[in-house]
Write a protein of this length. Structure first.
Length: 573
């Protein structure tokens, strides 16, 4: 007599880690507290549904709504055990997900939720907020532009000015890169007015002042700097040439060059562990005044005049390349070539040279000399035309580099002026330069948000509310990624250890800066098997490897988030 045997397999992968991390952040609980669903809502709560969907986005690198129901239907046992509730595939239907995004698009409810989430993360992960970075990015797509819609044509940071876009403003905590404030606005809006609302959201969400806000030159408008000063916060950022003119910078540099002893070197440790000079500069001080809430305020401002050695070297190489190309193009103007009409007068040739100066941006750096001379040319007899000697007026052009002018430009390269209201006792010149050089932290966040695993772009939603809600949901995923990374790196730093086994093909290679993405990849190919024999179901989970158990310890997560899957009742297929 044969026993009836059926086997059903679910891909578990990194889902338990993602759900457990979201639970530690209090995501589902806070969602349910701050967003109210209507009486017709059934099944999973809004918080549990969004928590499960977030694990799908991060695990599959796919935010499409129509993919989640089928995915959940193949993982009912895993999701039920992780979320600790009974789960149906219909709980993740695209209609329910879309309704969840509409709720997240409510500005007032989102601000209250985000503030509560920030305070929860700061408390649970024992974070000490000191520095905040603010920057903007855009996401382009094939959307339809409407008059008051979210998707608009504007200055594209994706180099696609032909496509409508949405603009995202992120304020992130150093050094984690964890978002603490999110704004989703029309793609046609300028960056400058977006900083003050972002600052206000950070103040509300973190609940403290005295932070150092770091941003680019758009954050350094007088209005924004005054807003930070009036609110008891500090700022650091570079000035544009509109805010500090080239003439002003030249005046600063004249003092710096005549007083070499005032230049201070900025050093940082390279990949080889050795200290190397990355910049040099000097500091100036002054007073700034502005009107805030109809009252004039003034404050001391420190200015750092900084020479970046790498930037100067790259800029000098680019200048030399432009000079060589311009010189070659100028000399080619009078070269004889088949099918090419020669220049017949000096003025036309001079105008052509001026266009090349402008094209290569080398005005005043090259000198041209145009000469006109007569050339005798022998013409052979042809038919009834006798042989003759013709006089031809020929133009020649010579090019000479103006080395004095070039050297003046080279001396300017790599210099930039930074400003701060932070006192010297809290922020030295060296600290200021190194702090701004870590601007890549927020750029890394944008890379995660727009690329894998969050995949903001391309966005497949056309409704403004859905796009706003999805962007906000993805920033919660970004928080989760940064916090997992922070936990693992902190553990390794405390023990002075490195983590091996994350690099395919090189298992002995170790790192003390593992990324969340690499750690999550290590949990691929974990499966939960449901074996049914004569009506009795048994669960079997792929055993965790030594590396996987080690990673769970580094992430402060118990192995039971996986092993308990073998103990739960199997949901029907």
């Amino acid at each position: 007599m044969s026993n009836e045997l059926t086997v059903r397999t679910e891909a578990v992968d990194d889902i338990p880690i993602l759900v457990a991390s979201a639970e530690r952040m209090g995501v589902a609980e806070l969602f349910d507290q701050h967003f109210v669903v209507d009486s017709k809502w059934q099944g999973l709560s809004l918080g549990k549904m969004l928590e499960g969907w977030l694990s799908h986005i991060l695990s599959e690198s796919d935010h499409r709504l129509n993919q989640v129901e089928g995915w959940a239907g193949q993982r009912l046992g895993t999701l039920g055990a992780c979320l600790e509730v009974e789960v149906r595939a219909l709980d993740f239907s695209d209609d329910r997900l879309a309704r969840g995004l509409e709720l997240l698009s409510d500005d007032e409810d989102w601000r209250a939720f985000e503030a509560a989430l920030n305070q929860r993360c700061i408390r649970v992960y024992k974070l000490k907020p000191e520095r905040v970075r603010i920057d903007t990015t855009t996401g382009s797509g094939y959307w339809r532009v409407t008059e008051d819609g979210l998707f608009q044509l504007g200055h594209s940071k994706d180099h696609r000015p032909d496509l409508p876009q949405v603009k995202v403003v992120l304020a992130t905590l150093d050094p984690l890169g964890m978002p603490v404030a999110t704004q989703v606005v029309g793609g046609n809006l300028a960056d400058d007015p977006l900083y003050i609302p972002a600052i206000d959201e950070v103040r509300q969400g973190i609940g403290r002042r005295g932070l150092l806000y770091i941003g680019d030159c758009k954050m350094m408008s007088l209005e924004t700097r005054a807003h930070l000063e009036a609110g008891g916060d500090d700022y650091l950022g570079p000035f544009s040439l509109v805010q500090v003119s080239q003439e002003t910078l030249d005046g600063y540099l004249k003092g710096g060059w005549t007083e070499k002893h005032s230049l201070k070197s900025v050093k940082r440790r390279g990949a080889d562990g050795r200290l190397q000079t990355v910049a040099e500069g000097f500091e100036l001080s002054g007073k700034v005044a502005a009107v805030v809430d109809d009252q004039e305020i003034s404050w001391p401002e420190r200015r750092f005049v900084i020479h970046s050695l790498a930037h100067a070297k790259a800029a000098e190489a680019a200048l030399e390349s432009r000079l060589q190309k311009a010189q070659g193009a100028l000399e080619a103007l009078t070269m004889r070539k088949q099918g090419k009409e020669p220049f017949t007068d000096a003025e036309t040739l001079r105008q052509a040279a001026e266009k090349l100066f402008e094209h290569y941006d080398v005005q005043g750096l090259l000198k041209v000399r145009i000469s006109e001379h007569e050339q005798q040319r022998q013409v052979r007899k042809y038919g009834d035309h006798p042989a003759e000697t013709r006089s031809i007026q020929q133009l020649t052009l010579s090019v000479q580099r103006d080395e004095s002018a070039i050297q003046k430009i080279v001396h300017r390269l790599g210099w930039r002026v930074y400003g701060t209201n932070c006192p010297k006792s809290q922020l030295s010149l060296q600290q200021a330069v190194l702090a701004y050089r870590e601007e890549y932290l927020v750029e890394h966040c944008f890379g995660r948000l727009k690329g894998k695993p969050l995949t903001l772009t391309p966005m497949y939603l056309e409704d403004d509310r859905h796009a706003t809600g999805l962007t906000r949901l993805l920033t919660i995923g970004l928080r989760l990624l940064t916090l997992l990374e922070h936990i693992a790196r902190s553990h390794l730093a405390e023990r002075g250890e490195k983590l091996p086994g994350l690099y395919a093909g090189n298992p002995k290679r170790a790192t003390d800066h593992p990324t969340t993405e690499a750690m999550l990849r290590a949990f691929k190919n974990i499966y939960l098997n449901f074996v049914t024999v004569d009506g009795q179901t048994y669960q079997h989970l792929t055993p965790l490897s030594k590396l996987q158990r080690n990673l769970l310890r580094r992430l402060d997560l118990p192995a039971s988030i996986y092993t308990r899957l073998e103990l739960v009742s199997a949901n029907p297929p």
